[in-house]
Ligand binder design. Structure first.
Ligand code: BEZ
Length: 193
């Protein structure tokens, strides 16, 4: 699959007849909502795990030193906490451009609580996309993140903002927090040299 997903996403017509659609954010969309929204609510999805497995050469890295950002991978029993935004369908054009590097819109069940759920959309970069970086040791991921920066800023800033946002949501995301711990240790070691 091409890394440029804008045209594929623009043909995704689920919810086109709806006045508004729920979007589930599990990465930068949690802490950077640079789009208009009607409502914003903490939410979670089931059966998916957040992983720093997507390469970033256009936002938080470069072609020479790609960074890593999050995507979702299927995992039985997993719960992924995030933030849901009620948006109008036109907002997807902006998001398709922002998340053009391999992310496709997918329909998902979004839970606001044990009792309350709705259908909505989220963006996933699957292993078929050209920028997929795949699994790696969490310490290695922290090394890669520590070295990477791109047009949207340092990759470490992305990781730290995401970890902070997850803490504020009360989410105990072992993968993200392990990478954060490694990164902070690497930064302390570098500063002490
Ligand atoms: C998200 O926050 O859900 C997200 C951010 C970037 C790409 C895809 C999804």
């Amino acid at each position: 699959m091409s890394a440029d997903t804008i045209s594929i996403n623009s043909q995704m017509n689920h919810f086109d007849s709806h006045d508004s659609v729920w979007l589930f954010g599990y990465g930068s969309i949690i802490f950077k909502a640079d789009f208009p929204f009607l409502q914003r609510r903490p939410a979670h999805i089931a059966g998916w795990a957040r992983r720093f497995w997507q390469g970033s050469h256009d936002h938080r890295g470069t072609a020479e030193a790609p960074g890593r950002v999050v995507t979702l991978v299927p995992q039985e029993g997993a719960i992924c906490a995030g933030m849901a935004y009620l948006i109008t369908p036109e907002v997807f054009a902006h998001l398709d451009h922002r998340e053009k590097n391999g992310y496709l819109r997918v329909v998902a069940e979004i839970h606001f609580s044990e009792e309350e759920k709705t259908d909505g959309l989220l963006y996933i970069a699957s292993e078929e996309n050209a920028a997929f970086a795949g699994p790696a040791d969490e310490e290695e991921i922290a090394w890669q993140i520590a070295r990477a920066a791109g047009p949207s800023g340092r990759n470490s800033e992305y990781l730290l903002l995401l970890a902070q946002a997850l803490r504020e949501l009360g989410s105990d995301d072992a993968h993200v927090f392990a990478i954060e711990r490694h990164l902070l240790r690497l930064e302390r070691e570098t500063a002490g040299r």
